[in-house]
Design a binder for this molecule. Sequence first.
Ligand code: MIC
Ligand code: SF4
Length: 639
Amino acid sequence: MGKTLAYKILEQHLVAGTLSPGEEITIKIDQTLTQDSTGTMVYLQLEAMEVNSVQTELSVAYIDHNTLQTGFENADDHEFIKSVAQRHGVLFSKPGNGICHQLHLENYGKPGKTLIGSDSHTPTGGGLGMIAIGAGGLDVAVAMAKGTYSLTAPKVVKVELKGALREWVSAKDVILYVLKQLTVKGGVGKIIEYTGEGVKNLSVTDRATITNMGAELGATTSIFPSDENTLAYLKSQGRADDYIPLSADADAVYDEELTVDLDLLTPLAAMPHSPDNVDSIEHIGEIKVDQVAIGSCTNSSYTDLMKVAAILKGKKVHPDVSLVISPGSSKIMAKMAENGALTDIINAGARVIENACGPCIGMGQSPKSGAVSLRTFNRNFKGRSGTLDANVYLVSPETAAISAVKGVLTSGMACGERLPEVAAVDFTPNDNFVVYPQGHDKNNTEVAMGPNIKPFPRNTSLPENLEAKVVLHAGDNITTDDIMPSDSRLLPYRSNIPHLSNYCFEKIDAEFSARCKEAGKCAIIGGENYGQGSSREHAALAPLYLGVKFVVAKSFARIHRSNLINSGILPLVLENPADYDAFALGDELVIENAPQQVRGETIEIKNVTKGTVCKTRANLSAQETDMILKGGKINAIKG
Ligand code: MIC
Ligand code: SF4
């Protein structure tokens, strides 16, 4: 029986377990990446593990999220990460170099390697034929310390690409189409593997746009084969030696299949407030646009921005539109300065900002009240832009640029203009933004701890009777942005859980934090796909700090479920989803004989207030059971 590409790479890296969907496996990790907003926790945890050198082939610490230094906090975090990177042998990418995923693709990603990163969009590396997985910070810290990562072996979905994209239709439209078909929870427990003759018509950066937004499907990761386009990309980055060809066997067997006819796609948009709320631009119509933002790890490649420059050349941004562009990397920005494309963008009236995540995570450029903002980003969750009543549409760079000129949402296909081809270029290697950990030894460098960096909260072992009061009854698709909001106001506090916890669930229920403090021991009830979105473990650590003992939901998103377990918080799935309605705010709950119950299949929650019993499952692996019993991953590691 032929093998999928994903399973070939997993098999080569298998350290323990049986490689079969649903089984717990441990794989060797070749590379890790961190970014600063999750990185401070990662490196606090790495320090707590008392290791000297990282065990990976390569680990990189990027600074790209918290680059607005409005006070000392972010700069202190950068310094902290730099010092820990030097202590343990981690490369440090300074702020201004660019967005972690774009930089990793350009400089370090290699076909056939495994990568885990403390950011949900780490699967961007799948565009190069890697197994690249987003994970919580603690899992990344452990991968650095031990060189391994454990996960449930996913199913593999085949997405067969046929034909080629037409002018004005791009990779973003491919992934928006897949999101429309599979939804934001359609990828949970799965790897999305792209195959078919259409693959050769997509460049590596096109492929990376598609694998990047596989995170929005909830997928473990997404992957493309490594072929002559991979070689061309690596050559353009001066890394031809990193190339190896890789593909699935011709007779590979997949768990599910989907076909996408690239020739039939038209420009699409994800409408407010979910990446799977997709429709064609033609159908949505010419809505008036207030802001257009181009950039993010999804769409900030050289080719993307050169197309934008070509569309803007000799034109003027509409008087009612604010156009803001954040390039993906310093190399891209430098190349566009060299060839004049940056001048075309600036002359059209665009605001060019730093090579960083920027507006994608609400670090500046919040649109005006009630605005329509077109963004080439990957998430349009309510309030993520920093403006609660803004309506964010996710579109391709081509759609964004032409709409910025016209002032209304515009399909380039309908406007009758030609879109010039972007010529291939070679990039000049430049590592002036990188600090290498030369002669590293933890005894040679002090950890630089700013006053805002506080210890992370730790749980205690599971008590006999796990008591809790319902402090929130939430709906479906709760995001980690809902649980632990992130914007320019709160991101400076990513290393200060006590402060952050005051804002937990603030957009959904302003009383949440106060209610938890009053209750002491708390439980959250959620709907489907609880915890989708970011990998931030702050969405588990802040609830832990506030006394949350367990979360009961209809289903969980992968990374958040792991983060809860790593923190010793039980994620419980309702055996009967209808029982969701049997809980109400203020109900007193208890799980009796908790240690014994978590070792079994079914876990019963007694609702003391209502006098009822509800059956749930935690579906814990052996390692996960150990973590829950001991009060989290750090306790389990330390024994
Ligand atoms: C995001 O896009 O939501 C983030 C900010 O990159 C997060 C990481 C974080 O919360 O720091 C992610 O995607 O994991
Ligand atoms: Fe940064 Fe946005 Fe990408 Fe997250 S999704 S890594 S905030 S650019």
